[in-house]
Design a protein around this ligand. Structure first.
Ligand SMILES: [Zn+2]
Length: 476
């Protein structure tokens, strides 16, 4: 049979002034998907592999992904939605299998994935629609209404992205082989950050383990916990249990959905930070006291991989105030500072007003005098390294993910050679964990502040933990 595939992936932070237009999504259309970054390690690749192995024909539509940032513009969303929907309409496929993140926010639309799926449903009628989701998806009633199957990542950090596509593809092949399915979901009233829910740590390790048992129950095809995205003030915010099962096993599917939601809620108070976490001053003190190096410190409040502006100089300022003798700070976004370094040249002193210039007022710019150590273009970013006393500061002209230490190596910096490496991220990637003698989460201000109770939520459904103490029983 002919299966249309497509992808729309974004995690939108509503606490930043950034807005996201079409350009960072770099949409890929049609067969170009096979020659793109989508062709390796993605859920889309998993979907393609399993469906082709089952003898189905793939009809690629549009594939678009941008790194987390602010709310997506209405015009960009129209292109993202129509690029998939129009191609599905023209192809008239037997089924649809998508690769979505979940947790996108659009100007004037709080449920863009629901809007996309409703539009796809309008094209394909009762033919099946299945999707893969990121573990940090927000699940809405409208999404579930138009889905016949859901699979989601089961690891954080995400190391099973491809497998999630394979599992979504398997649900679809089961349906195409003649077993109709249903999806049920249950909203769990909790806001949870990724930094509290790494899957190697409790309680996620046990909860994910229980999914694997439930998958085996009669009538059940696939189970998932979706953890939402806490740095969005969404009327759909929360965590979710989602179960896909056989249509003639409705009672079993609903019972398992309730049971998974109850099991999750029973652990709600156990979701502490999975990396040791302290306010900045204490975090730096622990780092400096540690006998072996490097200690890797996450500047978690200004984490670009969860949509923050990456332009706060708070950690650099604190390290300089404390005269820390050997530290690296990566990466502060400030295009003017990069230009100033480029104009000054190598080994020349520059005066910089570093960081934040936008309307958010978490921190003013930091005035420093430093020596330019390098200016180069790496991964499409113009970047400078400046030495200020004992602190080396990496500056970029635009936001860039720093979850991989190889970025620093490309800049000629060896992160393992420093006593303290402060990076703008949340929970640390396996690659950073591998070089860190100790990993510490610094609870810093910014658009990804991990102290959720301090964020100015207005639209999340209340009561919700940890803002409230809900007295909760599951209802579907
Ligand atoms: Zn995620």
């Amino acid at each position: 049979m002919r299966v249309a595939i497509g992808a729309m992936k974004h995690e939108s932070n509503t606490f930043t002034h950034l807005s996201t237009d079409l350009e960072p999504f770099e949409p890929v259309t049609g067969d170009a998907v096979y020659d793109s970054a989508w062709s390796e390690g993605t859920a889309t690749r998993g979907i393609i592999d399993i469906l082709e192995a089952a003898g189905h024909e793939i009809v690629p539509t549009q594939f678009a992904h941008a790194i987390p940032s602010g709310v997506v513009t209405a015009a960009a969303f129209e292109v993202l939605r129509d690029g998939i929907v129009d191609r599905i309409e023209r192809a008239n496929p037997d089924a649809v299998c998508l690769d979505l993140h979940g947790s996108m926010a659009v100007e004037g639309e709080s449920d863009p994935e629901g809007a996309l799926l409703a539009a796809v449903r309008a094209c394909v009628g009762q033919r099946p629609i299945v999707t893969s989701l990121d573990m940090h998806a927000t699940v809405t009633d409208r999404m579930v209404e138009h889905l016949d199957g859901v699979a989601a990542y089961r690891t954080a950090p995400h190391t099973d992205v491809y497998d999630s596509g394979v599992r979504a593809g398997r649900i679809l092949t089961t349906i195409l082989d003649g077993t109709p399915t249903i999806v049920r979901h249950c909203h769990i009233p909790m806001l949870l950050s990724g930094e509290q829910s790494e899957t190697d740590a409790e309680p996620m390790a046990s909860l994910i383990g229980a999914l694997e048992t439930t998958d085996e129950a009669p009538g059940i095809l696939e189970t998932a916990y979706l953890l939402g995205f806490p740095w969005a003030d969404s009327p759909h915010g929360g965590c979710f249990a989602v179960v896909t099962g056989e249509a003639d096993a409705v009672d079993r599917v609903e019972t398992e959905t309730r049971s998974l939601a109850e099991r999750f809620w029973a652990r709600h108070a156990d979701f502490t930070f999975t990396t040791e976490a302290y306010p900045l001053e204490a975090a730096v003190s622990h780092a400096l006291d540690h006998p072996s190096t490097p200690v890797v410190l996450s500047d978690s409040g200004d984490n670009p991989t969860a949509g923050a502006t990456q332009d706060l100089a708070i950690v650099a300022e604190h390290l300089l105030e404390r005269d820390v003798p050997d530290a690296l700070v990566a990466v502060i976004v400030d295009p003017d500072a990069v230009t100033a370094c480029r104009s000054a040249g190598h080994d020349v002193d520059v005066e910089l007003s570093l960081g934040r210039t936008g309307p958010e007022r978490d921190a003013p710019p930091l005035s420093v005098t430093g020596t330019v150590r390098s200016v180069q273009t790496v991964r499409g970013r113009s970047m400078a390294v400046v030495a200020v006393d004992g602190v080396r500061i990496v500056i970029a002209d635009d936001r860039v993910s720093v979850t991989d230490p190889s970025l620093l190596e490309e800049l000629g910096e060896d992160p393992a050679a420093y006593d303290l490496v402060a990076i703008k991220c949340g929970y640390q990637s396996p690659a950073y964990q591998a070089i860190a003698e100790r990993s510490i989460l610094a609870l810093t201000p910014g658009a990804t502040n991990c102290r959720l109770e301090t964020l100015p939520y207005e639209r999340v459904p209340r009561p919700i933990y940890p803002l409230d103490e809900p007295d909760w029983k599951p209802s579907l």
